[in-house]
Design a protein around this ligand. Structure first.
Ligand code: RIB
Length: 301
C-alpha cells in the first residue's frame, strides 16, 4: 500500500475561544478554553490518516507532561509513530485565539520540534513510500536533507511553506508541490499589499521565479484556491460553509491533497478534493481533532 511520511511539528494547542481580539494591556474573558493536538505536521498526518492513507509521522516531543499528552492524542489516530522521538527540550506549544467568526491568531513555540533529525527516516523507509510532506516548523536544513533523499528514492515531495520563512533555493529545487496561503505567497514575492486576493496572486506569480518542476498551490480561505501547474493556471472557488474554527484548515488541505495524490496524480482533482475536506474541518473545533473521514468528504464531492 502506498504510504505518506509527514516530517513535521507536533504541539500542544491551547485554544481560547474569544468574542474579539484583545488590545495591548487589556484582559477579556474567553467563552471556553480547550486543549487539542496540534502542530502542522501532526495535523497533516491526522488529515491523511483519517481519510484512509497509510501514514508515518516523524517529529519530536519533550519529556514533559505536554509530551505525554500529545503522544496519547496522536496514538488515537491511525498513524505510525514509531519514529516519534523525544528530547530534553520543552514540547512545542501553540497559544491560539479563535474569534467569533472562526478566524484565529496563533503564537507557536517550537521547543523540541527543532531537534527533529531527518536521520530518523532511513533510505529503506523512503523506498517504500510515495509522498513526503514537510512544513517549516522544523529546521530547514533537516527538511532539505530529507527531501534530497526522498527525491533520490523516487518519492513525491510536498512543501507547505508555513509558518512563512524565506528559504534557500536548494529546498525549492527538491520540492514537487509547494503550498502556501495568501500571506505566505506575499512573503514569497517580498511584496506587501493590503489586499492579497486572486488578482494579486495572478499579477505576482511570475515574480517568484520558481524552479520549473514546481506546482504551486495558493490557498486563500474563503477567496478560493489557485493552482499553477505545468503552464496551466486554474482557479477553484471555496465551498460556502459556516466556519466556527479555521485552525488547521490549511493542514487539512495539505493532508487531503497528499491522500488523493497517492492514487491519482491529477493535481486539479486533488485540489477539489482537498477544498471539500478543509471546508468540513472549519465547521469543527480544534486542529487535528477537526479532520474529516473519507465518507464525510465523499458525501460533498
Ligand atoms: O496550522 C495550525 C497549527 O499551527 C496549530 O495546530 C499550531 O500548533 C501551529 O503549529
Amino acid at each position: 500500500m502506498p504510504e505518506i511520511i509527514v516530517f513535521g511539528g507536533i504541539n500542544m494547542d491551547l485554544f481560547a475561544y474569544i468574542p474579539r481580539s484583545t488590545q495591548e494591556g487589556e484582559t477579556i474573558q474567553a467563552t471556553s478554553v480547550e486543549f487539542f493536538l496540534g502542530g502542522k505536521g501532526a495535523n497533516q498526518a491526522a488529515a491523511s490518516a483519517r481519510l484512509g492513507a497509510k501514514v508515518s509521522f516523524v517529529g519530536t516531543i519533550g519529556q514533559d507532561q505536554f509530551g505525554i499528552d500529545v503522544k496519547k492524542l496522536i496514538s488515537k489516530e491511525n498513524i505510525d509513530i514509531s519514529k516519534l522521538s523525544s528530547s530534553r527540550d520543552q514540547t512545542g506549544v501553540a497559544l491560539i485565539n479563535v474569534l467569533k467568526n472562526g478566524r484565529n491568531e496563533v503564537i507557536a513555540f517550537p521547543g523540541a520540534n527543532k531537534q527533529t533529525s531527518s536521520k530518523l527516516i532511513s533510505d529503506k523507509k523512503l523506498k517504500s513510500c510515495s509522498i513526503v510532506i514537510g512544513q517549516m516548523e522544523l529546521e530547514e536544513s533537516q527538511t532539505y536533507n530529507l527531501f534530497l533523499r526522498a527525491k533520490k528514492n523516487g518519492c513525491q515531495t510536498i512543501l507547505n511553506l508555513a509558518p512563512f520563512k524565506t528559504i534557500k533555493k536548494q529546498l525549492l529545487k527538491q520540492t514537487d508541490i509547494l503550498i502556501v496561503n495568501e500571506i505566505e505567497f506575499s512573503g514569497l514575492t517580498r511584496r506587501s499589499s493590503k489586499k492579497i486576493d486572486l488578482k494579486f496572486v495572478e499579477n505576482n506569480f511570475s515574480r517568484l521565479d520558481l524552479p520549473p518542476q514546481i506546482k504551486l498551490i495558493v490557498t486563500m480561505g474563503e477567496k478560493g484556491v489557485v493552482v499553477f501547474a505545468g503552464g496551466i493556471k486554474k482557479y477553484f472557488p471555496s465551498r460556502k460553509v459556516k466556519a466556527i474554527d479555521t485552525v488547521g484548515a490549511g493542514d487539512c488541505f495539505v493532508g487531503a491533497l497528499g491522500y488523493f495524490l497517492l492514487n491519482d496524480s491529477d493535481i486539479f482533482s486533488a485540489t477539489h478534493f482537498a477544498i471539500c475536506a478543509s471546508s468540513i474541518s472549519v465547521t469543527r473545533k480544534g486542529a487535528a481533532e477537526s479532520m474529516p473521514s473519507i465518507d464525510e468528504v465523499v458525501k460533498i464531492l
